[in-house]
Design a protein around this ligand. Sequence first.
Ligand code: ARG
Length: 460
Amino acid sequence: RVSPSQSGVFQTESDLRVERFTESVSFDRRLYAVDISGSIAHAQMLADVGVLTPDEASQIETTLLAIKAEIDAGEFEFQQALEDVHMNIEKQLVDRLGDVGRKLHTGRSRNDQIATDTRLWVRDAIDAIDARLKNLQCAFVGRCDADAETVLPAYTHLQRAQPVLAPHYWLAYVEKLERDRARLADCRRRVNVCSLGTAALAGTTLPIDRHNVALKLGFADVARNSLDVSSDRDYLLEFAFCLTLIAEHLSTWADEWVLWSTVEFNFIKLPQQFCTGSSIMPQKINPDVCELVRGKTARVIGNLQSLLVLVKGLPLAYNRDLQEDKEPLFDSFDTVSACLELAAPIVAGAELKVDSIRSRLDRGFLDATTLMEHLIKLGTPQRTAHHQIGALVKQAMEQNCRLADLPLETFQALNPSLDESVYEVLGVDKAIAAFQSYGSTAPGEVKKQVSYWKEQLNLD
Ligand code: ARG
């Protein structure tokens, strides 16, 4: 039992159990395409600096591309005995090219190779997630015109607070997703740095050209310190964090819509294609997809936690512990990617139950704060106005009526500065119309924001 990384220094073969315990090819095979891109760039650079002949580099490139085509087609057999994706591909290369294949690993270590592979992979993963985030933003913005007139109660403490326009809700999520995209773009700058050429940890005595490799692989920069970069997984943790925050945002949305789809709320009808039934209760149309978007957040948070604990206290530079970074990384990516993919059609296809929402908008005194601000505009200090409107609400509660149903005498008994104009701000529609501030739910403001996002996202 000779491990592929065992050199002549070993006097004994490894224990039978080591192969299965240390292998990573069962999960890191997923890196094959970026591993091959990295190897081709490395071989070309070795030829550029005269370490390989151009012919040797071209044989390596052609053979690696042939191996890639076989893996793409599912015709390549990865072997656990060869430990990881790197050794599996290199072994094939050597089998096919002999000594020329044995030259590929010149001036390179698997330590800088795996860091390069994961950087390339994360870079693509960021771009894929960004596209899905944008797609979900489009789904939210895409419903703004149809829902333009719909007023929804907004909540604090899950108690009715103030009325808002439905597009104001949708754009709240668009903003969260935009920050997620900005975070990814920022993370990408630190991901997009070339670690190849740092070799095991100290660099190499061979005349490699790291800037040449970086250029070939589209990296914007070259890592300065070989010791730092061979231990660095910050870029991967940052990405895992970005994914976690996306999952949290999706979870908030999913939770809200699970609640809104209940008989009790009756605000929204989720598209049936994204609901499932019950094995016993025939009437059930359950929001399982939204529930699982919420539920899967747990594993994404868990993965981030695993990664943070994994790197804690590791001495410089490479440690085999780092092999454990891949499964949480892949799982977080796959999970968040799937959640985003499903969220978009749910958002686009859900129907607001406008009659049901409207029929209860008079409950919960959504216009109370607007009335208080009306009083402030007439010269009453805020604290006084707050207290007086509270007293009015108490009266309305006792009479089981809306604020708008109270007679003018009641208002004037409370504060003589109140006149007929009070009725101009009562009721949710008037309350909405009274909003003015930048970023508020004022119809004009919301309209401006919808146009802004349509332009940002190149819609219509
Ligand atoms: N499979 C390893 C990892 O994922 C990369 C190889 C480096 N291994 C080593 N023994 N130096 O981190």
